[in-house]
Ligand binder design. Structure first.
Ligand SMILES: [Zn+2]
Length: 301
């Protein structure tokens, strides 16, 4: 059960936005302080849903209930409220609290489908005669800059972390984009291998035997160049992929492509099936690099 127990009423629907407050509290006005304060003072003095402080985040009221946080009917009824605490104290601690508040706001935006904008991310002083959020406005340089800053930070926390690297492994031949590769000639007999799903390049960055190979977004020079070495054994043609950065090391299928581990590695010439591949062009102009023994494909996965 929440501390404030629905005293300001039920909203009965999702919040449409978030008000960011500063508590005008001292260094001691942390989450533990507010937990006690809210239970020993009349709630008519005002309260917010969340108190974000150095010692943690206190949720004082359920999201589905209202809070008396901004002295404005629409704001109290329709919006969530987050207090950034200790706003009269140490600047670095306040900034850390503010950043945690941005993360919390991002979580709530995702949870309730709120798109951060000037209409949904609000400052107390927009609707009431107050300097709140005084410290944020002071350090960011005014009301509109502070709003823009909050919106940008919240959006950044809502985005998934950017992936720039994935494993190189053998995967079943099922037509997936992570197995469909562009094999681009860079110079005579030397190629880059780029997967369709991510647009990443096959990379042997460690440059030593037994090191994992992966697919990367960023340019790693020779570590992303491969010499396609054509060979013939009895009547079968096959190709080995030699790392240009480390001549004598070849793309190699761990466990020969069977079992749980299907990583691709670099190895010296093993003279066995682990390093034998054939390349098959597909109708979309991309190619599959197929491990001869297992029939599985080189994949960015
Ligand atoms: Zn306020």
């Amino acid at each position: 059960m929440s501390i404030c127990n629905g005293v300001a009423g039920n909203r009965g629907r999702n919040p449409i936005g978030i008000f960011i407050h500063n508590d005008a509290g001292s260094q001691n006005a942390n989450a533990a302080f507010y937990r006690n304060w809210l239970q020993t003072h009349p709630l008519e003095n005002g309260f917010a849903h969340y108190y974000v402080a150095q010692d943690g985040i206190l949720q004082a009221e359920d999201d589905s209930k209202c809070a008396w946080h901004c002295g404005n009917l629409d704001g109290n009824l329709n919006y969530l409220s987050i207090e950034v605490c200790q706003s009269m104290g140490d600047l670095d601690i306040f900034k850390q609290n503010e950043e945690k508040a941005m993360q919390l706001a991002a979580q709530k935006c995702k949870e309730y489908g709120i798109v951060p904008s000037t209409d949904t991310i609000r400052l107390h002083q927009e609707v009431y005669s107050t300097s709140c959020p005084h410290r944020s406005v002071e350090i960011h340089g005014g009301r509109s800059v502070t709003k823009a800053y909050f919106i940008e930070r919240i959006k950044a926390y809502m985005e998934p972390p950017r992936i720039t690297k994935v494993n190189a492994s053998l995967q079943a031949n099922n037509g997936a984009d992570c197995t469909r590769l562009s094999i681009k000639a860079v110079k005579d007999g030397i190629y880059k291998v780029i997967d369709k799903e991510h647009g990443f390049m096959l990379t042997a960055a460690a440059g030593q035997a037994n090191a994992n190979v992966d697919f990367r977004e960023f340019d790693c020079g020779d570590y992303q160049l491969w010499k396609l070495v054509k060979k013939r054994y009895k009547n079968a043609d096959y190709t080995m992929l030699e790392s240009v950065a480390t001549p004598g090391l070849y793309l190699s299928a761990e466990n020969n492509g069977s079992g749980g581990k299907n990583n691709l590695k670099l190895y010296t010439d093993l003279h066995n099936m682990k390093q034998k591949f054939y390349i098959r062009e597909e109708t979309d102009g991309r190619s599959l690099i197929i491990h001869s023994f297992s029939g599985k494909c080189v994949a960015a996965k």
